[in-house]
Design a protein around this ligand. Structure first.
Ligand code: SAH
Length: 343
């Protein structure tokens, strides 16, 4: 079976030619799939019944089911748990900002990176998501809210560089003219620091924003939080980010989760400012979201502001991530675990 929603327009054209259809059909079908976000081949009303049947017999039309939606009473953030055809589930989040609506998608079921503070990785990796499964997180949310999504972050469950090809295809389709046409500048790929992935992305000619989950300024400390630090040292990761910036002209974001007593001293801020200035990176501070399986504590609000001020004094552009949907669920990956544990 052909996973038709995962095909780029070129791949779709090629497929249609192989089954004896005219080239222009590709544009029509692509628009049904990626602009109108249909969920049934029968909705493709400008195709002949014959062609619709052919597609039905040979293709799968990946559509996620909505298991639960939680809406924050504080800020309207909506957290979705979506069901996949094989019984797995993934989380996505819809957030309203003054500059537009943003969606956070998952790229894998589970994750094998093992970051100590993260709930998504506690049971390892189950499998990669297809491009269609990542796309339909966005499409399902647009269908559900009736609102347009203008920004996208790949910061849900999973390591995008560990599912590289499907993620790149997802970005291509999402940003295509006949699809939702979301600007690549409004798409952020977040990685724990897989160097070959960063280098490859720099060559894609795709000006997306790269976010690096840095979280510590030394390898020694980083290893305590992120096992990937054993594989790629900061001496490799930071130059890769610099290369990305030079090649694409896009400023890199360093994500830095503040954990009380671990990485939140002023010395840490000073070391961070040296690295950030070397790469001209923007720093996004995240008070760590405690998960029940580990006893990391979040740095208090005043100390977070002081840390930010210290960075700014050293001329680093630093923001504190607004906590959205505080009332609906905790850290990434917790919703899926909660569902599974209750079964
Ligand atoms: N694997 C990718 C993308 C998914 S994680 C990455 O590592 O970047 C998205 C971001 O959320 C990362 O910066 C990650 O470190 C952070 N994160 C995960 N669990 C968290 C928690 N409990 N509190 C705060 N940030 C967390």
């Amino acid at each position: 079976m052909i996973d038709i929603k995962s095909l780029t327009i070129d791949e779709l054209t090629e497929y249609l030619l192989t089954i004896g259809e005219k080239k222009f059909r590709a544009g029509q079908i692509y628009e049904w799939l990626h602009r109108r976000k249909i969920t049934d081949f029968e909705e493709m009303t400008n195709l002949s019944k014959d062609l619709r049947n052919k597609l039905k017999e040979n293709c799968i039309l990946t559509t996620l089911s909505t298991i639960t939606v939680q809406e924050s009473r504080l800020d309207g953030t909506r957290k979705y748990l979506f069901g996949l055809d094989d019984g797995n589930a993934v989380e996505s989040v819809f957030m309203r900002y003054h500059h537009g609506n943003s969606v956070c998608v998952s790229s894998q079921v589970g994750c094998r990176m093992g970051c100590k503070f993260c709930a998504s990785t506690l049971d390892g990796l189950e499998r990669n998501l297809t491009s269609a499964e990542i796309l339909d997180q966005v499409y399902s949310i647009e269908r559900d809210t009736g609102e347009r999504v203008s920004n996208l972050v790949i910061m849900g469950t999973g390591e995008p560089m560990d599912n590289y090809d499907n993620v790149i295809k997802f970005v291509k389709i999402l940003s295509s003219e006949n699809g939702l046409n979301i600007s690549r500048r409004n798409i952020t790929i977040s990685t724990c620091g897989i160097v070959p992935g960063i280098m490859k992305l720099a060559e894609e000619n795709m000006p997306v924003t790269l976010a690096l989950s840095l979280h510590s300024t030394t390898d020694e400390k980083r290893k305590l939080l992120m096992p990937i630090a054993y594989k790629y040292s900061l001496e490799e990761v930071i130059p890769a980010c610099k290369y990305y910036f030079e090649k694409t002209g896009r400023r890199v974001t360093f994500e830095y989760a503040l954990v009380e007593g671990v990485n939140d001293r002023f010395e840490d801020a000073d070391e961070l400012s040296v690295i950030a200035n070397a790469v001209e990176a923007h720093v996004n501070l995240i008070p760590v979201n405690p998960i029940k399986e580990r006893d990391f504590k979040s740095t208090g609000a005043n100390a977070v502001r002081a840390f930010q001020a210290r960075l700014e004094k050293k001329k680093v552009a630093a923001t504190v991530r607004r906590e959205m949907g505080r009332d609906i669920d905790g850290a990434c990956g917790q919703l899926r675990r909660k569902m599974r544990d209750s079964q």
